[in-house]
Design a protein around this ligand. Structure first.
Ligand code: KG4
Ligand code: ZN
Length: 332
């Protein structure tokens, strides 16, 4: 089965072609980082307009790269939520048009489900597993018991982990998106140089909170003044990152222990973080657990994970009609 996956939920226009649910024939992403960079975050109106500009060239490019024509497709998968509504509508409307014109069935895909399943693009993982989904818009912990069986364990009470990275990067004038820049900067820094606070939740909770840390960084920077902290920014980046990683690792490991699940999957843009990967690898090894993380390009938003999730729905006979609408607040 040949499935086209289309993703426009935030600021990446992405398309992929997937053969038989496992072979990625093409996986293209058109990033809008340079458009949103000067604002230090995604500007929704600009994002929608960029999707309108890039969606057809990206679709065309993915089909060409895969060496197939549109009419060879057996199905199309498109993200219909959650995300920015104007962005979602671009992908969804284009896919509906193609589906209508060519008579190709399509399904709407939940972006969160796609992140949780992205790992299957590269390897098989046995169920159940604990999934930490940390991105620019979400920080969520699930027990994944099977395809379509997702038990919510906890989530952020304020900022998402990626959002904290992006906001701290903005405070420090490091550009957007901030995750990758801080990750790189932190490689040469001392993670214990500044002791930023770690928020702790009530016993038994698997929730996260990052806004206290963000405020602490802001106070630290303001108290020092730019001429002082500029020279120290590598250590600040490493210390901030260590705090984020501590706060992501603790509830994830605790969930695995308390639920007696020995497999953990990382997903979402922040799962590309080198320190998080290193720490999770260490801790799971110590406890005899298995850790799985997709390649960085499959952690951040991409069309391949949408195609994979769509493939699984299509093979179960699901078809969506043209009444399907974008849902900015879609949950899993
Ligand atoms: O999954 P994603 O591409 O988009 C959303 O669904 O949000 O995640 C983007 C987020 C951004 O906040 C970005 O700063 C963060 O993932 N990110 C990282 C890294 N690469 C991307 N955060 C930490 N370390 C990284 N290496
Ligand atoms: Zn995402």
């Amino acid at each position: 089965m040949l499935v086209l996956g289309v993703e426009t939920s935030c600021d990446d226009t992405a398309a992929a072609v997937l053969l038989d649910g496992r072979t990625v024939l093409a996986n293209l992403v058109s990033s809008q980082d340079s458009v949103h960079g000067p604002f230090g975050g995604v500007v929704p109106e600009l994002a929608s307009r960029q999707h309108v500009r890039h969606i057809l060239p990206i679709l065309d490019g993915a089909l060409k790269k895969a060496g197939i024509e549109l009419k060879a497709l057996d199905g199309i998968a498109v993200t219909f939520g959650p995300g920015l509504v104007g962005s979602l509508l671009v992908g969804l409307s284009v896919v509906k048009g193609i589906s209508f014109r060519w008579g190709i069935p399509y399904v709407g895909v939940n972006h969160l489900e796609a992140h949780l399943l992205a790992v299957f693009l590269e390897r098989e993982v046995a169920f159940p597993y604990i999934a930490l989904l940390a991105s620019g818009g979400h920080t969520l912990l699930y027990l994944v018991r099977g395809f379509g069986k997702y038990l919510y364990l906890g989530g952020t009470r304020d900022d998402a982990a990626g959002e904290a990275y992006d906001k701290v990067a903005k405070m420090m004038g490091l550009g957007y998106p901030g995750g990758r820049v801080i990750d790189q900067l932190a490689q040469n820094g001392n993670p214990r140089a500044v002791s930023f606070p770690r928020s702790r939740m009530k016993k038994g909770s698997f929730d996260f909170s990052f806004s206290g840390l963000k405020t602490a960084v802001w106070h630290y920077l303001s108290a020092r003044g730019e001429d002082k902290w500029e020279a120290q920014k590598v250590d600040i980046a490493a210390s901030f990152q260590e705090a984020v990683v501590d706060m992501l690792v603790a509830p994830t490991m605790r969930a695995a222990r308390e639920l007696g699940v020995g497999r953990i999957v990382l997903a979402g843009g922040v799962a590309a973080n080198s320190r998080l990967r290193q720490r999770m690898a260490q801790e799971t090894e110590e406890e005899g657990m298995a850790i799985y993380f997709p390649s960085p390009a499959l952690c951040t938003d991409n069309g391949a994970m949408i195609a994979l999730t769509g493939h699984r729905w299509l093979e179960r006979g699901r078809r969506d009609d043209f009444g399907l609408n974008a849902d900015a607040d879609l949950t899993l």
